[in-house]
Ligand binder design. Structure first.
Ligand code: NAG
Ligand code: NAG
Ligand code: NAG
Length: 836
């Protein structure tokens, strides 16, 4: 076994510092092209939760990037809404908690399987309970402090390490410490993510990351699907992206122009966590605004070019942590680090009034150069690729260099040995070679002579027969044995030494992994914002502004998805202020755009709350804290649930939880029940909200219940505003303008819709006829289509008979004519008659 002289790395580092000025003008080593394997990644999430005295502690480990995410102690009440939100988002495989827990969380955990949607792919999480002492505060603290983390430089003293960890982990938060302690115990016991590795390999933990869930806007799963934020079939998890399925028409689909994987992931996260932290939203908008300036177009292109080369670093770091780094990983990391330096240098040239640029300028430190130089000085990319394993460049380790030189010189030397062997061999043997086979050693290779048929013919005195291959016989001789002991292990030795160097290189890089973590975090940010800027520019979106008052004002808003599909799209406005028009009742014929209008208000508001530009001429959005929807969709039908049940469920949620900051969208409430019940419930709900006065949410209701207005079921209130879809009756044809205007629609225009839907005109005509008769209280006559022709004929013949009557004829018996001729035929014409 070789022990690698530790001076090797110091020597490399020394050389590097001598060339430290290579900064930006330094060109990266040209790379032979091989693509980084796009390995099927399975993220597994292990979550640990504790809930004590109304405070929630959550930490989870993601095997995808080997990071632990934790949430600072946060208040959550008994319904554990926050916990539910995190569980829905990350879909943990395991949820660990203490066996001694409050009733609420015990109930929450036992209900988990039932409350998670049936459409969820991963199945329900496994709940694991450990004894309470595994979550003890002191025990947990010790467990954290005594652990070796790859990102903590090995030369730190114990005190330095504590200081360092305290800057990352809030030791003053007891719940955080306790969930982390429990989680670490679980990870080590289950060997999560390293089940197949050698037992000496620890579960790698490459970073601790804090997440915050305050200021989250409540948007439930239904809203995500009816507003088409994500394609409805795909569960909108940040961590499990359904593989193979193409994202259909969805907001995520059109907004996502991200160049790198972690940008896409962050985009999903933003969509999962719309926020009402206006500082954060404005920061995002500032960046987009900067990118949209025409004079910054070049910069956008440069940044995008760099982003393309930001590879899947967390995956690489994970492989490094278990010492399984591939040749392609070294290349990918090298490329990434160079591109990160390029991003930083570009950001340094940008105005530092924009925080993201300033942050990137600062946190993309010289450690990147350190990593790049280290890789470039040590890894022989060409050699590694041709050998298909990690190969060290010359001048890194003199002993390796010497061994390689020996191997190079070997072929001439072996020819010489072969010549000597040939002299000793039988004259019939024309030639021989000496070859080296790794793990077997040196062998004498002789062509098979025609006389050598049987196994016994292969024996040659003084030689040990080994095997026959490709008509060549292989032997060990005294000389090859001597070569074995002299040189035989050379290959293996070089390999072993190179692996040792690779291990050291990995360790050195992992110690600097903090900078790589930052690179991933902030390039993802940049990527998402560039992506939003591209979308905004291509579609003429504008910057929304936020207001502290509870208002929503959208001028000439468009539906971002519909406007991409429709040839012409008519913009519509909406205004809901603190005291006026907070409840909008929208009537109008079916298919005139009522639902689209509702969804458009919803999606524009949503976009503003993720910090995106929006499709409108102007948009002013108050700090919205929730979006509640009840909009019928095909999905709810296919679930086989009663529509009215869903109606009630969703509207109850809105009634119970919506505040004056919330947006409520209700379409066709009461569709699935009888008119009277639906109508009265809707009226009751609206009256309830009207009574709330200024606490009333922003409500948009689209309904076909015209009686709501006709029967005056709602009181007069400035909070109420009636809207209708503008239409125009052009002869028989109803023309839709898809424009919202003030007023109410009283006619349903059902016939025109039926016509549009392709119903046979006869049927429609009949419908109109019946509806007319009904309205005027007249009896309705059965339509009997099959006998219509006959009826006509009998009518005609009757008329003919009348016409042919000779009234001057005294012989004429009118009585008889009426009873014999007229009555029978008129019966067939008039019969059957039914009273309505
Ligand atoms: C809002 O966001 C800003 C910056 O993004 C952050 O510094 C601040 O702490 C956040 N506020 C709250 C209440 O979370
Ligand atoms: C809102 O109220 C309903 C009760 O109808 C409740 O079940 C639900 O959990 C509440 N919270 C949210 C965020 O919808
Ligand atoms: C509109 O369509 C719905 C079905 O989507 C139907 O229940 C309703 O009666 C229709 N209303 C009118 C006025 O045509």
């Amino acid at each position: 076994m070789f022990s690698l002289p530790s001076h090797i790395f110091s020597r490399i580092l020394l050389k590097m510092s001598a060339t430290a000025s290579f900064a930006t003008n330094c060109q990266p080593q040209p790379l032979p092209t091989i693509d980084q394997e796009d390995e099927q990644e399975q993220h597994e999430i292990c979550m640990c939760v504790l809930w004590y005295g109304g405070e929630l502690g959550i930490a989870y480990y993601d095997t995808g990037d080997c990071s632990i995410y934790f949430m600072a102690d946060t208040p959550d009440n008994e319904d554990l809404k926050l916990l539910q939100k995190v569980v829905d988002e990350v879909l943990p495989k395991y949820i660990l908690s203490s066996a001694k827990q409050d009733y609420s969380i015990a109930k929450f955990l036992s209900n988990l399987g039932n409350t998670m949607g049936e459409h969820q792919e991963g199945g329900k999480p496994e709940v694991v309970l450990y004894p309470n002492m595994d979550f003890g505060l002191e025990v947990s603290k010790q467990r954290i402090l005594s652990r070796q983390f790859p990102f903590v430089p090995s030369d730190m003293t114990a005190t330095e390490k504590i200081l360092y960890l305290s800057s990352i982990i809030p030791f003053e938060s007891p719940l955080v410490v306790r969930v982390l302690g429990g989680l670490l115990k679980f990870l080590d016991r289950r060997r999560v993510g390293v089940e197949l590795e050698d037992s000496s390999v620890n579960v790698p933990i490459l970073a601790f990351k804090k997440f915050v869930l305050t200021d989250i806007v409540h948007v439930d799963q239904d809203a995500y699907s009816v507003l088409q934020i994500f394609k409805s079939e795909v569960h909108p998890s940040v961590y499990k992206q359904a593989s193979g399925k193409k994202e259909g028409l969805s907001l995520y689909g059109i907004l996502n122009h991200c160049r790198c994987k972690w940008g896409e992931k962050l985009m999903r996260l933003w969509l999962m966590r719309p926020t009402r932290n206006l500082t954060e939203l404005n920061k995002r908008l500032d960046v987009i605004q900067f990118f949209l300036l025409a004079r910054n177009h070049e910069i956008v292109l440069t940044l995008q070019e760099c982003l393309k080369n930001i590879k899947n670093v967390p995956l690489i770091l994970r492989r490094m942590a278990v010492s399984n780094t591939k040749v392609s990983d070294w290349q990918a990391l090298y490329k990434t680090v160079y591109s990160a330096v390029c991003l930083r240098d570009t950001c340094r040239s940008l105005p530092n009034t924009i925080e993201l640029f300033q942050t990137i300028s600062q946190v993309f430190t010289e450690d990147l150069h350190y990593i790049a130089s280290l890789i470039s000085k040590v890894v022989d990319f060409e050699g590694s690729i041709s050998a298909n394993h990690f190969t060290v460049r010359p001048n890194v380790d003199p002993t390796i260099d010497e061994k390689k030189r020996k191997l190079m010189g070997l072929s001439a030397f072996l020819t010489e040995v072969a010549r000597k062997e040939l002299e000793d061999l039988d004259n019939r043997i024309p030639s021989c070679t000496v070859i080296y086979i790794p793990l077997i050693g040196f062998l004498l290779s002789i062509p098979r002579l025609p006389t050598m048929v049987e196994m016994s013919d292969f024996d040659i005195e003084g030689l040990d027969f080994m095997f026959l291959s490709e008509e060549k016989l292989h032997y060990r001789s005294a000389r090859t044995k001597e070569l074995d002991s002299l040189l035989g292990d050379l290959h293996c030795e070089i390999r072993d030494q190179e692996i040792l160097i690779m291990d050291q290189l990995q360790t050195k890089i992992l110690e600097k992994s903090a900078v790589l973590s930052d690179v991933i975090e902030y390039t993802a940010h940049l990527d998402v914002l560039l992506s939003l800027a591209v979308m905004a520019r291509e579609n003429g979106y504008i910057r929304p502004c936020f207001s502290h008052s509870h208002m929503i004002r959208i001028k000439d808003g468009r539906h971002p998805l519909m406007e991409l599909c429709a040839k012409t799209f008519f913009p519509n406005s909406a205004e809901s202020t603190e005291t006026h028009g907070r409840i909008k009742i929208l009537t109008g014929p079916n298919s005139s755009g009522k639902s689209v209008y509702l969804k458009q208000i919803g999606i524009i508001t949503f976009m503003a709350l993720i910090g995106s530009y929006v499709p409108a001429a102007e948009a002013e959005i108050g700090a919205v804290d929730g979006i509640y929807t009840r909009i019928h969709s095909r999905e709810s039908v296919s679930l086989g649930l009663s529509t009215f049940m869903i109606d009630l469920n969703q509207v109850a949620k809105a009634v119970n939880n919506a505040t004056e900051r919330s947006l409520v969208l209700i379409d066709e409430f009461g569709k699935g029940t009888n008119t009277v019940d639906g109508l009265s419930l809707l009226a009751a709900v609206l009256r309830y909200w009207i009574r709330q006065g200024t606490q009333c949410p922003h409500i948009f209701v689209a309904t076909n219940f015209h009686s709501l207005m006709q029967l005056n079921l709602l009181p007069d209130s400035p909070l109420l505003q009636y809207l209708t879809m503008d239409t125009h009756q052009d002869g028989d044809e109803l023309v839709f303008f898809y424009r919202v205007k003030e007023g109410m629609s009283t006619v349903s225009h059902a016939a025109n819709i039926a016509d549009l839907a392709g119903m046979p005109p006869k049927l429609i005509a009949r419908g109109v006829e019946v509806s007319e008769l009904l309205r005027n209280g007249k009896p309705i006559q059965h339509a009997d289509h099959s006998s219509k022709e006959k009826q006509l004929q009998s009518c005609k013949s009757l008329v003919d008979k009348f016409l042919s009557l000779d009234l001057d004829n005294p012989q004429l018996d009118l009585k008889e004519f009426m009873s014999e001729e007229v009555l029978p035929s008129s019966a067939t014409i008039l019969h059957p008659i039914k009273k309505a």
